[in-house]
Design a protein. Structure first.
Length: 128
């Protein structure tokens, strides 16, 4: 059975595209437009993989990563960011993200990141 994916991004158009791609890849998925909604989704039914945008209103992706890592340590987090800054990526990894894709990214790059994430499922994912 394919891993479940929770996509967290405040841009509706981005969610629509990612949902279409995930459907084509055969992944069961859910979409959340806010970090706190993603936490509610995780509490109801934890996802195996989270694809998290870093820049969002109210609570950013860093806030979400910290909470997910604490409460659901076996979930794998991929960061999706338009910020092309090594410090930002390193911070996300320190907090528990295991991979990242830089926006705008294509369908194949996302698929590769998901395959890598599936390989990490069930293991401790904190890189330190």
């Amino acid at each position: 059975m394919a891993a479940t994916v929770l996509v967290v991004d405040d841009e509706r158009s981005q969610l629509d595209v990612l949902g279409r791609w995930l459907s084509q890849f055969g992944y069961p998925f859910r979409l959340a437009e806010r970090a706190y909604v993603a936490l509610e989704e995780m509490a109801a039914d934890p996802a195996d993989i989270l694809l998290v945008d870093l820049i969002m209103p109210e609570h950013d992706g860093f806030w979400l990563i910290e909470r997910v890592r604490t409460q659901w340590p076996r979930s794998v987090i991929i960061v999706a960011t338009g910020v092309q800054d090594l410090d930002t990526v390193e911070k996300a990894k320190r907090l528990g993200a295991v991979d990242y894709v830089t926006k705008p990214f294509g369908r194949e790059l996302l698929h590769q990141a998901l395959v890598r994430a599936e390989g990490r499922l069930g293991r401790a994912t904190n890189p330190e």
